[in-house]
Design a protein around this ligand. Structure first.
Ligand code: FES
Ligand SMILES: [Fe+2]
Length: 476
């Protein structure tokens, strides 16, 4: 390290307040920033959102009152396309897992060649959940209670003492299917058999992923974190970069959160949004303190890239070009994936998407993460955040074995599990706010128990609220 800066001061609220001021006169959003810098703008980033959501912030009662839980189950979790698992979780025919969302549970089965099926995870005899928290495999789904057995398409295939169940035939007593489809290596379900196809629910998103196929990725790290917060406020914390200033101060020298671009699309069927934040561009709050060279050194350290030779990184453009080149080399050396023709933006920046109700795929290699949120049980106070690190593989190459999912309980942190590495560290920073947000909602004066949302930096939360209000059929 040739340069140093005291990063801790950015986590000091007094310093931030006194030294940095409160607003910027000139803070271009991502694509404008790239254009000014004379850098290639990827077509996907230049394709801007077409939807301006209404400004109707959702009152806190919807996050707290248990009476809304059954309503959400009926109107959202039983009606919307949602990610149940990744294909690599059930790589072989006969493999299956449970997907739990609130009190609901679904059985996801690799049921044939390139075919996945999903069912209500409930035995037709006396209801026992067929698949529990452990993945299972085999050519029959056999209930552990009395051994009723179903084939991989859910057809009732065997009933012990069948003579005592004269009406229990496959036509009437097979597993009850739900809609199941895949996109980008993700298995989606929709319990509503009348709902439109998955493609409708994803809107413009797949067209932006044509050059970043999520199916050509494998799960390199996998975390499931239980959190004491409502699922909605849990995911809202990831819809904006506005919290970086005090929540992720150590990231400010290398990620320019103040240049974040936000985009929303909504055609009435799909509610999707995106944020893009540049890397190797010091955040607006610290731009006078951090040289491009320092940003580059920190970036290389964080991402395990070779330390830049002396003299490299005098300008932001040079630092970004070096980091992108080394990122492409890293992927080529690791798994033979050739990214040599990719834009700097693709290789180093953060491009995060969101599809209502609760899925976050990321685009590019800057942060190739994947999040999914689900409510836990019948409680409005608990949810599960699932995080994966999806690394690229060559088209059609076999995926490396799935790592064990690190299950992190309410009271535990990512740093309790060293194998979660950088992902766990950043997750911990976000988790510091979670329980306190939920408690703060309960502590709010009922006369003002709703948020105020920024016009651009929090526009995706406005959009999320708009989609939620519509799905729940609420009049505010
Ligand atoms: S509950 Fe499944 S076989 Fe009895
Ligand atoms: Fe965060």
């Amino acid at each position: 390290m040739t340069e140093t800066v005291d990063l801790t001061k950015y986590g000091n609220r007094s310093y931030v307040r006194a030294v940095l001021g409160t607003q910027f006169d000139d803070m271009p959003q991502y694509v404008d920033f790239l254009r000014r810098a004379g850098e290639e703008v990827p077509a996907t980033a230049a394709d801007r959102g077409t939807h301006r959501p209404e400004n109707k912030p959702l009152p806190y009662e919807y996050y707290l009152d248990p009476k809304y839980v059954p309503e959400e189950i009926e109107k959202i979790w039983k009606k919307k396309w949602q990610v149940a698992c990744r294909e690599e979780d059930i790589p072989n025919i006969g493999d299956r897992v449970a997907y739990d969302v609130g009190p609901l549970s679904f059985l996801i089965v690799h049921s044939g060649e390139n075919e996945f099926s999903a069912f209500w995870n409930s035995c037709r005899h006396r209801a026992r959940r067929l698949c529990g928290s452990k993945p299972e495999s085999g050519d029959m789904v056999q209930c552990p209670f009395h051994a009723w057995s179903y084939d991989l398409k859910g057809q009732l295939a065997w009933v012990p003492r069948h003579e005592e169940f004269p009406s229990a035939n496959a036509e009437k007593f097979s597993l009850r299917p739900v809609q199941c489809d895949t996109w980008g290596g993700n298995v989606f379900i929709n319990p509503d058999l009348e709902a439109g196809p998955l493609s409708e629910a994803l809107g413009v998103m797949p067209s932006h992923y044509l050059d970043c196929p999520q199916e050509d990725r494998y799960t390199a790290a996998w975390i499931r974190k239980k959190v004491k917060i409502n699922w909605k406020s849990g995911l809202e914390a990831f819809l904006e970069g506005y919290h970086v200033l005090t929540t992720h101060p150590s990231g400010m020298p290398i990620f320019g959160s103040t240049y974040t671009q936000t985009d929303c699309w909504d055609d009435g069927k799909a509610s999707v949004s995106r944020l893009i934040t540049p890397a190797l561009v010091p955040d607006g709050w610290v731009k006078d303190d951090v040289t491009p060279r320092l940003a580059l050194e920190l970036f290389c350290n964080t991402y395990g890239l070779p330390f830049p030779p002396e003299g490299v990184g005098k300008t932001v453009g040079e630092a970004r070009a070096y980091a992108a080149k080394k990122t492409a080399e890293l992927h080529f050396n690791e798994r033979g994936v050739d990214f040599s023709d990719r834009s700097i933006s693709y290789l180093v920046d953060m491009h995060q998407w969101f599809a209502f109700p609760a899925h976050f795929p990321w685009w590019g290699e800057g942060l190739s993460w994947w999040y999914n949120f689900t409510p836990l049980g019948d409680s409005p106070d608990e949810c599960v955040m699932e995080i994966r690190w999806l690394r690229p593989i060559e088209k059609g190459a076999p995926r490396p074995p799935l790592p064990k999912c690190v299950e992190i309980d309410f009271h535990e942190q990512g740093r309790d599990y060293p194998e979660t590495g950088q992902v766990g560290f950043i997750m911990d920073e976000d988790m510091e706010n979670m329980e306190e947000v939920h408690r703060g909602m309960k502590a709010a004066d009922p006369a003002v128990a709703r948020p105020i949302l920024a016009t651009e930096q929090e526009i995706r939360i406005r959009h999320f609220h708009e989609a939620y209000i519509k799905a729940m059929d609420i009049t505010l």
